[in-house]
Design a protein around this ligand. Structure first.
Ligand code: GCO
Ligand code: MG
Length: 405
């Protein structure tokens, strides 16, 4: 099964997605997701100009060797562009191997550890009341776990206020340049515990709740928030601080029993190694699409399992259905799977472009048995939706200082 062609597509059927298609000399096609929100074209160039020419003629079954060749062989290791490019290729190769074997990818990983995949949704709102109504709707849909985000009084446009807007955080700015949002830690810290207090008063303790700080606190501020949230028993507090400095999590850990989750901006096992081996976190949130594909995620899950850290893959709308399906295979297999972030797919035209094997029912995702990853990509339909430049917002303090996000 030799690689005969590698094509990369970048389209915007509602969101920008980078899709890798690998063709083989025995007529099979493998698909991978290489979408890096706001930096899509850099990954496209990396694959088209630097990777694809080296892979033509290689045996598509040699997934591990190709992974090592792209990681070690480039000399330049790690980083989101490199690791998203490797992920796009790696996921497509697993898809091909599954199709060649006539088996879903989870079977190649070792089979099912569970029948269905527990997910958490997002409840957002401009006010506590709006957020809690949204939470109520998700509970009615059967969600067992929900992330709560709410606009902070006095901080207009803070993220969390975009409920119902299909383009989510991005594509919000009419200028198609990064939108700017205000940030104030004091207002935020004064407000968030009340959101969770009210949620528990209204809905009790059976529904699991999480919160995403989006890296906006310092370690000691994060420790205070996590401690103040203890009575509301979060499933986890996500990205409490910027995550470059792994040792910072130990400081938070010393002060609180609120479980901690991190990893959506990580791209290799090295980024979370200290966090896992020192048991400073409880959930690892790296994504197949951004951290080297299924080959790398499998290793991360195995390392994490030795230290009782569970997986909770990043599942935002800026990962394509191919990336979500790759997670579903990993989640069905991983003995230490925790929970999957899932807020649904974008509807039309996205569903015309990608046919995927996932069904949501009563708080769980179900994965259809199909060979490979199980996603089909309609490239003719996709070509009707050209790439649109878009960015995540940036945060600034009132005095203009650029802040973490
Ligand atoms: C999450 C993430 C997203 C990211 C987005 C960046 O927890 O789902 O924080 O909301 O901001 O995926 O591209
Ligand atoms: Mg997050």
């Amino acid at each position: 099964m030799k690689i005969s062609e590698i094509k990369v597509f970048v389209n915007c059927p509602g969101r920008n997605f980078v899709t890798v298609k690998i063709e083989t000399d025995n007529g099979l096609v493998g698909l991978g997701d290489a979408t890096l929100n706001g930096r899509e074209l850099a990954v496209v160039a990396y694959i088209e100009k630097h990777i694809a020419p080296c892979l033509i003629g290689k045996d598509a079954h040699q997934i591990e060797d190709i992974w090592q060749y792209l990681y070690k062989g480039a000399y330049w290791r790690k980083g989101p562009i490199t690791m998203t490019a490797i992920a796009g290729i790696d996921i497509a190769l697993w898809d091909l191997k599954g199709k060649a074997a006539g088996l879903p990818v989870y079977q190649l990983l070792g089979g099912k550890s569970r029948a269905k995949i527990k997910v958490y949704g997002h409840a957002n709102g401009n006010t506590i009341e709006e957020t809690l109504n949204h939470l109520g709707q998700l509970i009615d849909l059967g969600y067992k776990a929900v992330r709560l985000q709410c606009a902070i009084p006095g901080l207009e446009g803070t993220y969390g206020t975009l409920a119902g807007k299909k383009d989510y955080y991005e594509l919000q700015s009419s200028r198609s340049l990064p939108p700017e949002q205000p940030w104030d830690t004091t207002k935020y810290l004064n407000f968030i515990p009340t959101l969770f207090q009210k949620a528990r008063e209204k809905y009790g303790y059976d529904i699991e709740l999480t919160h995403d700080v989006h890296s906006r606190l310092t370690p000691i501020e994060a420790a205070r928030l996590a401690k103040e949230l203890e009575p509301y028993r979060l499933l986890f507090l996500e990205d409490a601080i910027p995550s470059e400095n792994q040792a910072d999590f130990t400081l938070i850990r010393q002060h609180t029993i609120t479980p901690l989750a991190v990893g959506e901006v990580y791209n290799t096992i090295w980024d979370s190694k200290e966090l896992i081996t020192s048991q400073a976190i409880d959930y690892l949130r790296s994504a197949a699409t951004h951290s080297g594909g299924i080959t790398s995620m499998r290793r991360q899950a195995d390392l994490a399992s030795l230290y009782k850290v569970r997986t909770a893959p990043h599942g935002p709308p800026d990962i394509s259905p191919i990336g979500h399906a790759a997670h579903a295979h990993l989640n069905i297999w991983a003995p230490n799977f925790g929970i999957q972030e899932f807020i649904g797919f974008g509807g039309e035209p996205m569903n015309q472009v990608f046919r995927h094997p996932l069904t949501f029912e009563a708080g769980y995702l179900y994965l259809d048995d199909q060979p490979g990853i199980g996603v089909e990509f309609d490239e003719v339909e996709a070509s009707r939706y050209p790439y649109k430049r878009s960015y995540l917002p940036v945060s600034r303090l009132e005095d203009g200082t650029l802040w973490d996000w």
